[in-house]
Ligand binder design. Structure first.
Ligand code: SF4
Length: 457
């Protein structure tokens, strides 16, 4: 196996069990360490991690031009449920109740629906949240109805032009797909999220796409993920025109209002930018315009927060803050009311909704920054515990090949992505060599290379 995976000596999987006393301390320490734990920081203050990805397969039914999976991904086996359950226990050990677990891949809908139902039930039984991360192609209403009944909380649809869907030539044309996916969720009680990769091929359309999202009251969370040179995709380096500032400006142009991305922080500022708005009838108003007031509320909430170990119990903490700081609570309440009133005509044309707007700045595999990886808020579950998503993407094959131990009634068993089922010993084969794989098992740049070789021969 290629041993060129970049390593960051200080950023390694966090282990299969949390051994500390304060689950928020590792992230808080990482952010403190790089000067990112300011008055607006929510990570490490109210929660130990933003979310953890549980990769249930490496297979996908698309071949996006930007893809964080590796060349070997399609030649691996799906982890057995017992391995995934063991990883859920590790996630719970590190982050406790309330953490958001992303069922992802590849595309998780390529797993049997019964497997996903079992995972949703297990996540619910551990008081964690589940989010299905999918391109939506197989996420029919019937499929989502079954998962919702099994305890699924959120569904995040990834729809954009990197997917090269037949018959769609622009992000605007893809809105018909987005609307159809929203219809699939109607009445199921699921929180709906949309992820968009921002790359050279759709950057000009970003304001219009942001406006489309603003005007979808069903959508609670809108995430824009900036192109990164990692994985197997055909597209590599990010164009210079795409920066955090240019993406923030384009999104604000779409929402037609300032979004105050510098008020509240979710991890390192070079990693993530966050905004929160109320919307109604084609209007949006930022809830984070009063920076000093927001920081006072953050400070007051962290003082009364009784759940210092895992995720904050927001309802309980807000109620305690109201009782302890009635004047501050009144000011905050009046600010929120003012925001709603500023929706003006929009109030007559549509329901009032709150929407989170997120810009995620993934790092290139060969340009990992230690301080960012050490204060990462997005983890991936590996055989040896949670690891920063950027680091995992850069070292993916190394972690897919690592033997994962599952303790059963008759003793331990082991698994890695090179084998279809559990084995009696940790001595497992390496991942297959993609250069030996048939064309149909290749994706991204390797597929293109193989095709060119075939055409040239
Ligand atoms: S995944 Fe990467 S960009 Fe995102 S928070 Fe972690 S280190 Fe930062």
């Amino acid at each position: 196996m290629k041993d060129t995976a970049p390593t960051l000596s200080s950023v390694i999987p966090a282990g299969r069990k949390f051994t500390g006393t304060d689950r928020r301390a590792p992230l808080r320490g990482g952010l403190h360490g790089c000067g990112e734990y300011g008055a607006g920081q929510t990570a490490g203050r109210f929660y130990p991690i933003a979310c953890v990805a549980l990769e249930v397969t490496q297979r996908c039914n698309l071949d996006c031009t930007l893809c964080y999976l590796s060349d070997r991904a399609e030649m691996t086996y799906d982890p057995p449920l017992s391995v995934l359950f063991a990883r859920l226990a590790t996630i719970h050990s590190h982050y406790g109740p309330g953490v958001s677990v992303q069922l992802t891949g590849g595309d998780p809908t390529l797993r049997k629906v019964e497997d996903l139902e079992a995972l949703c039930r297990e996540i619910r039984s551990l008081n964690m949240r589940s989010c299905l991360m999918t391109n939506g192609i197989r996420a029919s209403r019937a499929f989502l109805t079954r998962l919702a009944a099994a305890g699924l909380d959120d569904v995040a649809f990834h729809v954009d032009m990197t997917q090269e869907r037949n018959g769609f030539n622009s992000e605007a044309e893809l809105n018909v797909v987005r609307r159809a996916y929203i219809r699939h969720t109607r009445g199921l009680g699921l929180r709906v999220l949309f992820n968009t990769t921002v790359f050279g091929g759709n950057f000009d359309e970003l304001p219009a796409l942001a406006q489309f999202m603003r005007d979808c009251p069903e959508v609670s969370f809108v995430s824009f993920q900036m192109q990164a040179d990692t994985g197997r995709g055909m597209l590599r380096e990010r164009p210079d025109a795409i920066t955090q500032d240019s993406v923030m400006a384009a999104v604000e142009a779409g929402y037609e209002t300032p979004l105050h991305f510098d008020t509240a922080a979710v991890g390192h500022a070079k990693c993530n930018r966050y905004a929160s708005v109320v919307t109604a009838g084609g209007r949006a108003v930022s809830l984070l315009s009063a920076k000093r007031l927001t920081h006072k509320v953050i400070a007051a909430l962290s003082k009364v927060d009784q759940s210092a170990d895992g995720h904050i119990d927001t309802r309980d903490s807000v109620w305690r803050m109201v009782r302890r700081n009635p004047l501050l609570a009144l000011r905050a309440g009046l600010h929120l009311l003012g925001c709603v009133m500023r929706l003006g005509q929009g109030l007559l044309q549509g329901p009032v909704r709150r929407q989170s707007v997120f810009i995620h700045n993934f790092m290139a595999a060969d340009a990992l920054e230690e301080d960012r990886c050490a204060s990462c808020v997005f983890m991936v579950a590996t055989a040896n515990g949670p690891l920063s998503m950027c680091v995992h993407n850069a070292q993916r094959d190394m972690h897919l090949a690592a033997p994962d131990r599952v303790d059963g009634p008759t003793g331990p068993s082991w698994w890695n992505a090179a084998v279809p089922r559990l084995s009696g010993g940790p001595d497992l084969p390496d991942l297959n060599d993609p250069s030996l794989a048939p064309l149909k098992r290749l994706k991204g740049q390797m597929r293109a290379m193989r095709r060119n070789q075939k055409d040239a021969s």
